[in-house]
Ligand binder design. Sequence first.
Ligand code: URA
Length: 256
Amino acid sequence: MNANLSVSWIDTGAKGSPTENRNWKGLTMERLDKYLSDCGAGTRSQVKGMIKAGRVTVDGKPEKDPGRKVGAETVCLDGQPLKKQGRRVILLNKPEGFVTATEDRVERTVMELLPREYQDLKPVGRLDKATEGLLLFTDDGDLLHRLISPKKKVPKVYYARHEGTATAEDVQAFRQGLTLGDGTRCLEADLEILGPGQCHVTVYEGKYHQVRRMLASRGLPVTYLERIREGELTLGDLPRGQVRPLTDQEIENLDA
Ligand code: URA
């Protein structure tokens, strides 16, 4: 793996208790510490400190419980009302030849493909240098971890061209969960044979070179790989090398 990769794409596991739900009016309620953090007041641990220090009020009353649920209330830090900043999520149609890293001393990184206003976003998971297709970026750490956590079972669909011909036994082996040559256990995955040397692979996790290694383990070395879907999102008609921001509705759908 690239030693300079500065964003982790390994599963970090599910977060603790749910951070967001709705009250009886359908209004989104979320934990006070998450709300403060989403407003840009600091990291989750920094804002917990601010809450415990008594610097935060909810509708004028001091609140020291970081887990208190807030919705339409006015939240102030040091007497100043806070306003939630919109989250940003963008979709890149990644071309081959770029590594998924925020910096690298040798290789060109995916950040070079993003306009200046998106340079503070982080890639969601990872595509290999040679892999093309759908790569998301966001400034929302919770969303990022949800999308890559195997526990959340967000499907990632790949189109692959490979040597050899896949069979019904390969489909079955993917469905049961493959064990790779080095003993790595993969979760259940779907292999759909499209024709000689072509398939779709759906995985729910992001291990190193996973799809290439899965197909290679069945004697089907990959010659071309493209991610075509993540969750409900597809590339649509976005040209290779281009980015587009997700709509508010698309971002909400990612939360579901
Ligand atoms: N699996 C791979 O082998 N490569 C990728 O880039 C993504 C998934």
